[in-house]
Design a protein around this ligand. Structure first.
Ligand code: UDP
Ligand code: MG
Length: 136
């Protein structure tokens, strides 16, 4: 059964700053994702706080929101069969030191906070996150 779907991907400030955006976009394309929408934005801290609201009770929330709003990011809508899980697999573990070889976080991530990419963790959150950035 076909399950073609969308997910939200973000190339985080550490990767944009190191000029890795084109290389990371090529990784998505090579792995069969279509980039349906794409834009470069620099979030206000209040917008980062809204995006990461699910993490508001975590000890790392404030630093996380400072970080996401620290520089330009590339936000993309990716499409593929089972895109949500496929993107999570391509990204690898949250902590780059635990991510498998070949994953984006293993290749490009610097640390658990500067881990280069974000990807939606469920189809429900994918819809919410896509609307957050692209709702017309
Ligand atoms: N994060 C962090 N410290 C932690 C856990 C997470 O700085 O101890 C950051 C990390 O950059 C991660 C983001 O918070 O990507 C969101 O955390 P989540 O658990 O949702 O990980 P993800 O879904 O990004 O793998
Ligand atoms: Mg998450």
């Amino acid at each position: 059964m076909s399950n073609y779907e969308q997910t939200l991907s973000i190339i985080k400030p550490d990767a944009v700053e190191r000029n890795l955006s084109e290389e990371i976009k090529n990784e998505f394309k090579k792995n069969g994702f279509k980039i349906k929408e794409e834009k470069k934005v620099h979030l206000e801290k209040s917008e980062a706080e809204k995006f990461y609201l699910v993490h508001q009770s975590k000890p790392f929330y404030n630093d996380l929101c400072d970080y996401l709003s620290s520089g330009p990011i590339i936000v993309m809508v990716l499409e593929k069969e089972n895109a949500v899980i496929a993107n999570r697999e391509l990204m690898g573990a949250t902590n780059p030191s635990e991510a498998r070889d070949g994953t984006l976080r293993k290749k490009y991530g610097i640390s658990i906070d500067k881990n280069s990419v974000h990807g939606s963790d469920s189809t429900d959150n994918a819809r919410i996150e896509i609307d957050f950035f692209f709702k017309k």
